[in-house]
Design a protein around this ligand. Sequence first.
Ligand code: DGJ
Length: 742
Amino acid sequence: MPIQVNQEQLEFHLYNDSVSYIFRVLEKSRQLEHLYFGKRIHHRESFTHLIEREIRPSTNMFEGDHTSSMEHIKQEYPSYGSTDFRYPAHAILREDGSHITNFTYDSYRIIKGKKTLANLPATYVENEEEADTLEIELVDDVLRCRLILSYTIYQNRSVIARNAKFINEGTETYYLDQAMSMNVDLADDQFDMVHLQGAWAREGHVETKRLSKGIQSIYSNRGASSHVFNPFFALKRLNANEHQGEVYGFSLVYSGNFLAQVEVDTYNVSRVNMGINPYRFKWKLASSESFQTPECVMVYSDQGLNGMSQTFHKLYRERLVRGHWRDKVRPILINNWEATYFDFNEDKVLDIAKTARNLGIELFVLDDGWFGKRDDDTSSLGDWFEYEEKLPNGIDGLSEKVEALDMQFGLWFEPEMVCKDTKLFEEHPDWILSTPERRASHGRNQFVLDFTRGEVVDYIFDLMDKIISKSKISYIKWDMNRHITEAFSQSLPADQQGEVFHRYILGVYDLYERLIKKYPEILFESCAGGGARFDPGMLYYAPQTWTSDDTDAVERLKIQYGTSMVYPLSAIGSHVSAIPNHQVGRHASLDTRAAVAYFGTFGYELDITKLTETEQQKVKEQVAFFKEKRALIRDGEFYRLSTPFENNETTWMVVNEEKSEALVGYYKVLAKPNEAYNRVKLTGLDPDRLYEVNGETTYYGSELMNIGIILAGNYIDRADEYWGQEHPGDYQSRLFHLKALS
Ligand code: DGJ
C-alpha cells in the first residue's frame, strides 16, 4: 500500500519501491510540515523523531511558544507574512488590501488512480492500480477558501505528481496573486542546479550551477514556455553525474509563463517551488469559483541524471502523450521548409514528394506559405484558405495527389497569429492582444490573436476544420513564431487582466483538444519557432515537437543532448538538412547528419530532388536503416554517455528493454592528429551476454561496459595501410549497432 496515514498524529507517507515522501500536520497551527522526500525508507508507525525544532531568535505564531516560527519549519505549501519570510507557494489579496492567509488542515482522502485536471494537460493512469492519489484539504476560515493539495504516487515509477486547487466557498471575492503547483523544502543545499537555457536556434543548452544562498530561478514571462528556459530543472548532489548519485528532477506540465525557483535560506534549507509565474498573474476568485494549478512532476533518482531522464522519458511517453500515436512508430517525413521556403508551387512540392517516396520516405509535410497571399513572412496569417496561384487544386487536390503516391500528407498552421493584411484582421481588429491607446508590437510582422476569447478560438477552429475536413491530412505542424507583448484582452474587465496569460494558454489547449477530438488520427507536431514550446504541456496534445530551427548536426548534438534531460526520443523532432547548413554554414557529411537525426523522430528537410544519385542512394539506405531501428529508438532506454558541452566527442546510446539490441551514436566534432587512444564505454547492457557489434566483432556486455569499444585500429604489420588511409576530417560520426547472440 503506497500511501500510509497515521490517523492519530496525522502523518502521511507516500512510498513505492524507490521513493518516499513524508509530511505531517502541525499540532497547533494545523499547517503542513514537510519531513522527507528521497530514496525509499522504511515505513514506521510514526515519524515524529524526524522533527527538528530548536529555540532560535525569531517571530512566533503563538504567544508563549518559541518554536512556532514557520521560518524554521519545512513546509508543503507555505504562505508569507505569518512568521515565514521566505518566498511562498501562494498569495491571496482580499478586497481590504490584506494578504495574510491561514490554511489549516481539514481532511484527507485517498483515491485509487489519478484524477484528470479540468482543461489542463496532465499525466494520467490507464487503470486504477497504476497509482494512488492523496488529497489533503485545508481551509482558510476567514476567506472561506478551500485548498486541495494533490499528491499522486505511481506504483512503479520514481515519481510524485502534484497540483493545487483553490475553491472559494465564501461570499467574498478575492484574488490569487500566486498559486504555485508545488513546494518542497529540502533539508540542505548540497546541490547543483541543472537546467536548460537557450535562445532561438540554440535551445536546450545544459547549465549547471552550485546552489548558493538566496534565490536562483528560471522563468518565462513570454506567454510560452520559451527558448530561454525550459520548465524543468534538476537538483543533483555535488558528487552525482550522468550515471550515479542522487538527483531530483522537477518538470511543469504547462506551456505558458512559469517560474521555478530554489531559495536557499540562512539555515541551508532549499525551498523549491514551481508553477505559473506570479509576475503579472492575478486571478479573480469570486464566490463558488475555483482555480486549478497545472501539474508539477517530481522525479527522484539515485542513478544520476540518466536515471532521472529515463523516468521522465517513460512517464511522458507512456502516460502523458495520448491517443492514436502514443504507442506507434512515427512516419519518416520530408518537410519542404528548408527546401523551398515560401517559393513553391504544386509541381515543385509534388516533385519533392515523388522523389522522397521513391527513397522510402512516408510523409510529405507542406510548411509555411500555402495560404492567403503568403510569399514571405509579412502577410496572410489568419487567412487559412489556399493560395490559388501556388496551389490551383487546393490543399484537397494536392493532398489527394500525395496520397496517390502512397504517401501521407501533412500541413503547417500557425493558428494563434494574424497579419494585418488579412480578412480576419479587417473584420476583427479588436481580436489581437493589445493595450488600449498603445502601439501593439509585432514579431515577424504578426500579431497575437486573443485566445482568451472563446469566439476567436471558435473562428480559428472553423477555418482549420474546413481545410482539414475536405483534405487528406495525416499530420499537422502547429507553429507559434512570436511571444506575447502588451498582454491585454479587450474582452476582460480591469480586475481580470492578470488572467490574460493563463487564459491564453487555456485557449490554445482548448483548440488542440477540439481538433484532436474531431481528428484523433492526425499526428500533431508542436513547434514555436523551433523549440520555444518544447514542454510537457504540449506533449499531452502533440506527441512530437520540432526541437529547434537549427538543423546543423553539430549544433544538434548539444540541443538534443539537453532536450533529452526530460523528453523522450519519440518526442524530439530531428531532420537531415542541406549543406552548407542554413543556420551556420557548416558542411557535415550526409552520414553524420543522419547519425544525429536518427536519435529523434527522423525526417528530411532539404530539396531532395537536388541530391546526386549517389546521395539519393544513401538517403534510401538511411531510410531503410531507420525503419529497421525505429522501434528500438522509440521505446529503448536512452543513455547520455559523454557530453558535447565539455568534450570534442559526444556519445549516446539506446538499449531495448530485453537488453538484446542497442544503437550507439559516437560523434567527434574536430579531427585531431596523433590522438590519445579512445574507447567508447557503454552502459545498460547485460554483462553476461555476447554482443555482435556492427555484425563483426563480438564483445561481452561486461567488456563493453568496463573496457569499451576500442576505437583505435589494429594495424600490426600494416604500416603502409595505416599511412595510406584518408583522414575522415571534421564532424565525424560512427554508429555501433549491437545485437546479442542467442
Ligand atoms: C518556424 C519553424 O520552426 C520552421 O520549422 C518553419 O515552420 C517556419 N517557422 C515557417 O515559418
